[in-house]
Design a protein around this ligand. Structure first.
Ligand code: SF4
Length: 347
């Protein structure tokens, strides 16, 4: 029988129950499967000793993981970036960052991205397709190999793709991540980073989760923002949706601001940014000095410009952080490992 591309990973409790029944087991064995796969992160069916041999043999007809790691790149600063090939040959990235007691996964939600941000390598190639919930969760299993026996303390959905543009699969994956019958990973330790899709931000606010929200601003008015993010949904719409998110969840909202040399790193822009966020409840601003992206025509900001921009925001009472080199390399450079791998494959 040909193998299906459908793994058990990504199934919710009722789907796992159905998979158990289809393999000759009982519905309650869905919960046992969830315990092994998600709570214990055990992919070896032979280890699942409370399942009969017959059931395990039948379940083994499915692939446990549909993707595989094809490249691993160390930054030397506690950061490892994985290139992961999906079953159809597309390549995505997942990143593990270790710092003191924190172990953070940065995961992708799409192969490529439709948002077209000019400073981003993923945006250059357009959207190839959405990841399934299972493919999103498989990233954790690949990263798990790098951190065993430790486990994650934080998750940022900030890799390749616009998470809210793949809303249903994102929500399913994060629900499984958070569920007490599955990974039981605290929602407050998960940050969803979006370029700002107002309708989806409002929908996420109404789901009853406590995820943190990070919004990529990158401009202080629609003209400057649209120059960097062609799919800009309108600054005021986005800020209104962010306020709604805060009102519903009481979670902090972080604004990400990529500093591009000569484009949005001047003192007048810093003052406008301070004005935009100053009345925002519990707002933080993360400044991300741009990473060079070949062919983008955009430049990294000078050290002096970054310092002055930061100082002006601080003087205006804004809670501001400059993302350090490692984060910049990992997050603003999303998509660059994939580009390299695809170029190598093409060449
Ligand atoms: S920065 Fe994010 S939203 Fe923009 S193109 Fe890149 S992956 Fe997509």
């Amino acid at each position: 029988m040909p193998q299906s591309h459908t793994s058990l990973i990504g199934m919710d409790l009722s789907e796992l129950g159905e998979a158990a029944v289809a393999a000759g087991g009982k519905p309650f064995q869905g919960k046992q499967l969830a315990q092994w796969l998600y709570a214990k992160r055990e992919l070896n069916l032979d280890a699942m000793t409370n399942l009969s041999k017959e059931l395990r043999a039948k379940l083994a007809e499915r692939p446990m993981l549909t993707s595989r790691v094809i490249a691993s790149e160390e930054s030397g600063e506690g950061t490892t970036k994985l290139g992961i090939r999906l079953h159809d040959g597309l390549v995505i990235e997942a990143v593990l960052m270790r710092e003191d007691d924190r172990i953070t996964a940065c995961i992708s939600t799409q192969a490529g991205c439709a948002m077209g941000c000019r400073f981003c390598a993923s945006g250059q190639l357009g959207l190839k397709r959405n990841l399934t919930a299972g493919e999103i969760l498989e990233e954790f299993f690949h990263l798990n190999e790098l951190m065993k026996p430790d486990w994650l303390t934080n998750v940022v959905v900030m890799g390749m793709g616009e998470p809210l543009h793949n809303y249903d699969n994102l929500l399913k994956a994060l629900t499984i991540l958070n569920a007490d019958w599955a990974f039981n990973f605290g929602a407050r330790r998960v940050t969803v980073s979006t370029v700002g899709l107002p309708k989806r931000i409002r929908e996420l606010a109404e789901q009853g989760f406590q995820f943190n929200l990070a919004i990529s601003l990158h401009g202080v008015d629609d003209a400057s923002r649209s120059a960097l993010i062609p799919t800009n949904a309108g600054l005021q719409n986005i800020l209104d949706a962010a306020k709604y998110y805060f009102q519903q969840t009481r979670r902090e909202v972080t604004f990400e601001y990529t500093l591009v040399g000569g484009k949005n790193d001047d003192p007048a822009t810093a003052e406008k940014l301070a004005e935009l966020v100053k009345d925002f409840p519990k707002a933080n601003v993360n400044l991300i000095p741009m990473n060079p992206v070949d062919g983008s025509g955009l430049e990294t900001p000078s050290t002096e410009a970054v310092s002055l921009f930061t100082e002006l925001l601080q003087n205006a009472g804004v809670n501001v952080h400059v993302r350090r080199r490692r984060g910049r390399r990992v997050q603003a450079a999303c998509g660059q490992l994939r580009l390299k791998l695809e170029e190598a494959a093409a060449g």
